[in-house]
Design a protein around this ligand. Structure first.
Ligand SMILES: [Zn+2]
Length: 148
């Protein structure tokens, strides 16, 4: 749910003024399950990445560990290794390798991929590179040209 369903939008804007990256998204445990609360002030692509990151924490059954304070607000974060795992899985959930391979074979740019899958262009570029599909498609094309 968007955080402005829980707190006044002005509070989120004040927090953004204090520290623009202070709050992206967070997962709260409730008696009936978990809820991911995200910052509605972020652009759609970034917001979807933040939500996928939180979903990854849930899928990976990460534990909440660190309490941080920014101004009068408190935040709970995971350790560095768990954050990296959630970043990686979150990107995979948004842009699975099969999608990336198809996009690379059809010559789609990171911008086109980002628009089609409602991610940030930065995420699309990262996943195209980190997944190895650009190298794979480059080799496929080289072999195709070398064939008699
Ligand atoms: Zn996290």
């Amino acid at each position: 749910m968007p955080a402005d369903d829980l707190v006044p939008r002005e509070s989120l804007e004040e927090l953004r003024e204090l520290q623009s990256d202070a709050f992206s998204a967070a997962t709260f445990k409730l008696s009936q399950g978990r809820v991911v609360v995200f910052n509605p002030l972020h652009p759609l692509g970034r917001s979807r990445s933040n939500q996928a990151h939180e979903l990854a924490h849930i899928v990976l059954d990460h534990t909440l560990r660190t309490l941080e304070k920014v101004g009068s607000s408190s935040f709970v974060t995971c350790d560095v290794e768990q954050e990296e795992e959630a970043d990686w899985l979150g990107g995979c959930l948004l842009l699975p390798r099969a999608v990336l391979l198809s996009a690379a074979r059809s010559g789609k740019s990171a911008a086109q991929l980002a628009e089609e899958y409602e991610t940030s262009e930065q995420m699309a570029r990262f996943r195209l590179n980190a997944s190895g599909v650009l190298v794979q498609v480059g080799r496929e094309r080289s072999r195709g040209r070398a064939a008699p």
